[in-house]
Design a protein around this ligand. Structure first.
Ligand code: HEM
Length: 453
């Protein structure tokens, strides 16, 4: 075990300028699918493990597959969850990300009542279809729509209905619009000055928390027999098990679930559509898969069944390929709880580590021609792909694997089904992907939706 020998050599690297460190370069955009230049340049110069300073924080960056795997395998042993201050201030100090051990497991089990396989099959499959069909229909009359924004609002309507019984169509305030540049605000420099992405996000958080707190207070006063949404479930847990120690924990969980899902999944859908627009052969195979599902039905317009969803093999390949290439969660963070020795370097106890998942997703020894969109490369992989593996970490590692992963994939697949069976689309403008953190589609991807010819 290489990490137990003692050699006190720190990884190489630079801290950059005082205070801002190397942040400026980190946030610079790159209009290509290749490894993001910040990482590429340092990989060439220092190798896959190096030091930097971002958001006023010394960090050890890992582009090393062995170290990445070690970090995830040793979750809550040699390494532990840690996120920068900007992140925790926006998501809340009591959110699930900040929890460990059995309490973390309890939080996950609560969330899985909403996002686990049973509820996906019995409730969300139907909800997602309805919301998708309604959205697509409403796009038909418009000269063009910005895809990420349009799908964000669609996804938010599904999630917020089951979380807090929020009705997006009749509620006046556009709750989801509270966040402009959510991802960018998360991984930002935590200075609370008007105009910054961080400031905007903090304002958004304050407004949303006010609404959620009021909702929780009202709900506590109301008498009810059954639980109708996730908020009720949290209130029951607060009362019965006393595992959720206080309301702040419940509110932070609601907040995270409302906002962790739509930014990410809408980027996934946008990436998939962008790649399909540029690849007629893949699009044709996708259309055929969905047409053949439709043809097998007694009523071609009946709802998608769970079995049909599970049979969408090529769709699943398209989704994984889009997630691999778009690296929606651009970085993940942990800290070392012990001195760790690897590749001749020492990572001292307490070091903050930034994991770059694109280093494996874009590695030519793992994926042949890594920057080519090739959904067929997933053919024959054992299902379910998209859990945690050494080669695919779009949803993180095993212990803290994204609890919304199956929900996100379901939404992407249902969207593609509804889209290609009834419509076609024309790219109007944009769609350049940038691998700068939090900036997948600067300028957006605009399409015009048309009825199928
Ligand atoms: C394509 C879409 C998505 C991507 C790429 C994604 C990515 C990730 C990643 C990489 C992590 C692990 C972070 C870490 O280990 O440090 C994570 C965790 C998490 N995700 Fe997602 N996510 C997506 C969709 C969703 C959705 C739809 C929801 C919920 C509605 C969600 C809720 C969460 C939560 C609550 C966690 C924390 C899990 C824990 O700490 O145990 N995500 N996500």
């Amino acid at each position: 075990r290489r990490w137990n020998s003692s050699s006190p050599r720190l990884p190489p690297g630079s801290r950059g300028f005082p205070v801002i460190g190397e942040s400026l370069e980190f946030f610079r955009q790159s209009p290509s699918l290749e490894l993001f230049p910040f990482f590429k340049r340092r990989l060439e110069r220092y190798g896959p493990i190096f030091r930097t300073n971002l958001f006023n924080q010394d960090l050890i960056v890992s582009m090393d597959q062995e170290l990445n795997n070690l970090v995830f395998q040793q979750e809550e042993k040699l390494f532990q969850i840690w996120y920068p201050e900007s992140f925790m201030r926006i998501l809340g100090a009591d959110c699930i990300i900040a929890t460990l051990g059995s309490f973390h497991k309890h939080m996950r089990s609560l969330v899985l009542k909403l996002l686990g396989p049973e509820n996906l099959r019995l409730v969300l499959l139907h909800d997602v279809q309805r919301a998708t069909q309604a959205s697509l229909l409403s796009w038909l009359d418009q000269p063009s729509i910005e895809l990420k924004e349009a799908t964000s609002s669609m996804i938010f309507s599904v999630t917020s209905k089951r979380l807090i019984s929020y009705d997006s169509s009749s509620s006046d305030g556009k709750l989801w619009k509270q966040f402009d540049a959510f991802t960018r605000g998360l991984i930002a420099f935590p200075i609370y000055v008007p105009g910054t992405a961080f400031y905007k996000c903090m304002q958004g958080r304050k407004n949303v928390m006010k609404i959620l707190t009021k909702m929780l207070d009202e709900r506590k006063r109301a008498s009810r027999q059954d639980s109708v949404d996730f908020l009720d479930l949290l209130l029951d847990d607060l009362k019965k098990e006393k595992l959720l120690r206080n309301e702040k924990i419940a509110l932070d969980l609601l907040f995270l679930l409302l906002f962790a899902g739509f930014e990410t999944t809408s980027s996934g859908i946008t990436a998939a559509l962008k790649f399909l627009t540029d690849d007629p052969k893949a699009l044709q195979e996708l259309i055929e898969e969905h047409q053949s599902i439709r043809k097998r039905r007694v009523d071609p317009d009946s709802e998608i069944t769970w079995e049909e969803y599970k049979s969408m093999k090529f769709t699943s390949h398209v989704i994984h390929e889009a997630l691999r290439l778009s690296n929606i969660a651009p970085v993940m963070f942990r800290k070392a709880t012990e001195d760790v020795h690897i590749n001749g370097y020492t990572i001292p106890k307490g070091s903050k580590i930034m994991i770059d998942p694109s280093s494996v997703h874009l590695d030519s020894t793992v994926y042949k021609d890594p920057i080519v969109f090739n959904p067929w490369r997933w053919k024959g992989t054992v299902e379910p792909v998209g859990g945690a593996s050494k080669e695919f970490m779009a949803f993180g590692g095993e212990v803290r694997l994204c609890v919304g992963a199956d929900f996100a994939k379901l939404q992407m697949a249902i969207f593609l089904h509804c889209l290609v069976t009834k419509y076609r689309w024309k790219a109007i403008k944009g769609g350049t992907m940038s691998l700068s953190p939090g900036l997948q589609f600067p300028g957006g991807f605009h399409i015009q939706l048309l009825p199928k010819a």
